[in-house]
Write a protein that binds this ligand. Structure first.
Ligand SMILES: Nc1ncnc2c1ncn2[C@@H]1O[C@H](COP(=O)(O)OP(=O)(O)OP(=O)(O)O)[C@@H](O)[C@H]1O
Length: 772
């Protein structure tokens, strides 16, 4: 007869170990159904094939149900056992319990039970007291191998109820792993040691800590000691203490009572150990402890779960914070790289600025040096002018008529070939200009309008005043003709700047010449403005800038308005002027508000001329275009490259200066000396260094009027003789002292033998020499 495997065995199944005694079986089943309701029931029977015969001989009554004949049982053998179990099952039907059965064939009942527990993972087992007496007692008496076997199998753990006559007399049986046992028995004990010791004890309470066992609680391992009754109480009590620590005092008494009772009666019966009420109480207390333990466990578990949930939340929160911090860190890294780029760019810019500052400081130092030099020169010039004035005043009565030649109308007429139109070189608001040959001199004769002229005395006085204003960059007034109200000027054969800018000349002016012209104009204005009284040109424009053979610029028409009636000036100006709008472009805007010219008015006109020199552009939109180009740092867009390759840095400085000159408010315009001249003068020096060969040749060529007609050398002390020509003082004096009373140039008789110093020419020669 083989073992029957119970299908679907699980932890909800209560196994009831049944024997052949129907009455005891009924008591067991009755107890199980009443006390373990809700669980499945499985009948466990350990079938002893070889014991049947002996038992039948010895004690048949044990196996003999009242309604089954022994003979039939013996004959039918295993089938009978099966039928017997079926009958047990049928008795459960009225209680609404369906049961199954499990047969284990084994001669040794306790081995059979242990095998069943192991093989079917039995968690709940109800056994009769007799079963306890047999199985547990014998189990405990096994040798070491058996104990090991029990230990190994018992790892599964099982709860066992011991029932005697329908009453629970002892509760659960639960076995644990080795480590737990060591904890119970203390160090030095192991399972094998325990197996040896336990032979001397009756029952042991163990504490369950099996981690996979949800219902952790105290359990009773009832071990039926094989110790004989004759063993002394002292021996029994010595073997118990460690295990008994886990019992309360009542339990201890009960167990000791059981033990002592058993010692008197080797056939242990629960009926003899404790009465039912005590067992019930004990069970009640254990259940209470169990439930309280459970609730504590559940509570503890909940707390742990809550703690775990909180910890998870905190972990999640920390993770989120970490993510945020990582994002911020990334942002900071990005910002850091941007800042690093900006820093490197700033450093580049800083170094550029530093270089610019260094060069600007150098430039400033050189400007200051030059300014100081100019100031010294200016102071010397002022002193010289004062000396000359004194000298002039002392000599006025004597030299007036001689110093400033007066020409007759006949001479003027002859010089202009009867005012031949082909000899006319220009016409403006203040009359026509003729080229003429007067006393062997090439001259320009300006015929003032007779209807606009002042009285003769006024005219002569004004002319006399104008004739004294002399400067290398002012057109020299050679003489006048009072009869025809005409002024005789030196003739400059390179015409006006207006013609050059308008490209009426063959070749465009090189930028070096343009800078030189600007410097000449600036020089003339500084001279005029620093004169006593301050002289204002008031009509500065390119047509008033005339160029000599060396392209030295000279301002013309100084003081002309003072020779013409004011009514004429204001009334007829627009009618005579070729292009009134163009003329107005050079006029200081402040003039239209105040009606007066100031030195800054000349600065304004100079600024416009400067812009024209740089760009060669027409007047319309000139200031706006230059501003725009400078703002866009694209000066090249407006520069006149027909003048050659401008040096950009200096040219840019000049352009900024020109724009400031053209500011509508005179207060914002630059100072001629400290600001304009200090830029122009060093620039001009550069021009001479870099000027083309033909230009420098021209510039270095000796002007013919610097050369004395007698000795053919540049004059150091030029004097004007009565014939109007200028000679070296020593040479003309030698001519006259040798008995001559005629002109060395014309051979005509001289009106007188007086000589007048030609300061204008002297200054011009000096400046020319400085430029070499
Ligand atoms: N000394 C000179 N040498 C050579 N050319 C001269 C001389 N003086 C005048 N001219 C020529 O005559 C032109 C006419 O000059 P002028 O000063 O009479 O009139 P404008 O300047 O054109 O106009 P406005 O006098 O009405 O302002 C000059 O642009 C110049 O070309």
């Amino acid at each position: 007869m083989g073992s029957v495997v119970v299908e679907d065995a699980d932890t909800d199944t209560v196994y009831v170990a049944v024997g052949r005694n129907a009455e005891k079986t009924q008591q067991l089943l009755h107890w199980a159904v009443n006390n373990l309701s809700g669980k499945n029931v499985c009948l466990l029977h350990i079938h002893q094939p070889h014991a049947l015969n002996s038992l039948s001989d010895r004690n048949l009554s044990v196996y003999e149900p009242k309604d089954l004949p022994i003979q039939a049982f013996q004959e039918q053998g295993n089938q009978m056992v099966d039928e017997l179990l079926d009958q047990y099952i049928l008795t459960l039907v009225p209680a609404g319990v369906r049961a199954c059965k499990l047969l284990i064939e084994m001669d040794d009942i306790e081995k059979g039970i242990a095998k069943a527990i192991a093989q079917h993972n039995i968690r709940w087992l109800v056994v009769g007291a007799a079963a306890d007496e047999y199985n547990m007692g014998k189990l405990a008496k096994q040798d070491l191998d058996k104990a090991n076997f029990v230990r190994e199998q018992a790892l599964l753990s099982c709860n066992i109820w011991f029932i005697c006559k329908g009453n629970l007399i002892c509760t659960r049986y639960l076995v644990y792993c080795t480590s737990v046992l060591v904890n119970i028995f203390g160090a030095g004990y192991d399972m094998d040691g325990w197996a040896a010791k336990k032979q001397h004890i009756h029952s042991i309470w163990l504490y369950s800590k099996h981690t996979s066992d949800i219902e952790t609680r105290p359990a009773l391992l009832a071990v039926n000691s094989n110790t004989e009754a004759k063993q002394s109480e002292k021996t029994k009590s010595e073997s118990i203490p460690d295990a008994l620590k886990y019992l309360d005092s009542d339990d201890m008494k009960e167990i000791q009572s059981i033990s002592s009772h058993r010692s008197l009666n080797s056939k242990w019966s629960f009926n003899n150990v404790m009465d039912r009420s005590k067992l019930a109480d004990l069970m009640f207390h254990e259940d209470e402890a169990f439930e309280s333990q459970c609730s504590k466990e559940i509570k503890g578990r909940k707390e742990v779960e809550e703690q775990l949930a909180r910890t998870n939340q905190e972990v999640q929160k920390i993770k989120n914070e970490q993510d945020e911090i990582l994002e911020e860190l990334q942002m900071i890294k990005d910002q850091n790289s941007v800042l690093m780029n900006q820093i490197s760019e700033s450093q580049c810019t800083e170094s550029e600025f530093e270089e610019k500052i260094i060069s600007a400081v150098d430039l400033l130092i050189s400007f200051r040096e030059k300014r100081d030099r100019i100031r010294i020169e200016h102071a010397n010039a002022v002193r010289e002018v004062q000396v000359l004035r004194k000298f002039d005043e002392a000599d006025t009565s004597f030299s007036y008529q001689v110093e400033f030649p007066s020409f007759s109308f006949v001479e003027i007429n002859e010089a202009t070939h009867d005012f031949d139109p082909s000899w006319k070189i220009g016409e403006g608001r203040y009359g026509s200009v003729y080229k003429g040959l007067l006393r062997n001199m090439h001259v320009a004769i300006k015929m003032l309008p007779s209807y606009g002229c002042q009285s003769l005395s006024e005219f002569q006085h004004q002319v006399e005043v104008l004739s004294r204003v002399r400067h290398p960059n002012l057109l020299t007034l050679i003489g006048s003709c009072a009869d025809s109200r005409s002024l005789v000027y030196e003739y400059l054969n390179n015409g006006s700047l207006e013609n050059h800018l308008a490209r009426k000349e063959k070749n465009p002016l090189p930028w070096q010449i343009r800078i030189s012209i600007a410097t000449n104009i600036c020089s003339a204005l500084i001279f005029l403005h620093s004169s006593e009284p301050c002289t204002i040109h008031g009509n500065l424009k390119p047509s008033k800038v005339l160029l000599d053979a060396n392209y030295v610029a000279k301002l013309s028409d100084l003081g002309i308005p003072s020779l013409v009636r004011q009514s004429f000036d204001s009334a007829d100006a627009s009618t005579i002027c070729n292009n009134p709008n163009e003329r107005l472009a050079y006029v200081d805007p402040e003039y239209f508000v105040t009606g007066k010219f100031t030195p800054e008015s000349d600065v304004y006109s100079f600024g416009v001329i400067l812009l024209q020199l740089l760009t060669g552009r027409p007047l319309v939109g000139l200031v706006r275009d230059m501003k725009c180009a400078l703002e866009k740092e694209n000066l090249k867009a407006v520069l006149d490259f027909s003048a050659g390759e401008w040096p950009l840095y200096q040219t840019e400085q000049l352009a900024y200066l020109a724009l400031r000159c053209c500011d509508k408010s005179w207060l914002n315009r630059p100072d001629l000396v400290s600001e304009i001249w200090s830029v122009l003068e060093p620039f001009k020096a550069t021009c001479i260094d870099t000027s083309p060969y033909f230009i420098s040749k021209k510039l270095h060529r000796v002007p013919s009027h610097f050369v004395c007609p007698i000795v053919q050398e540049v004059m150091e002390d030029p004097y004007i003789a009565a014939d109007g020509f200028t000679y070296e003082a020593e040479a003309i004096r030698g001519w006259l002292n040798s008995g001559h009373d005629t002109s060395p140039m014309t051979n005509l008789k001289l009106d007188h033998l007086d000589l007048v110093p030609n300061y204008a020419l002297h200054n011009a020669i000096l400046e020319w020499q400085q430029q070499q």
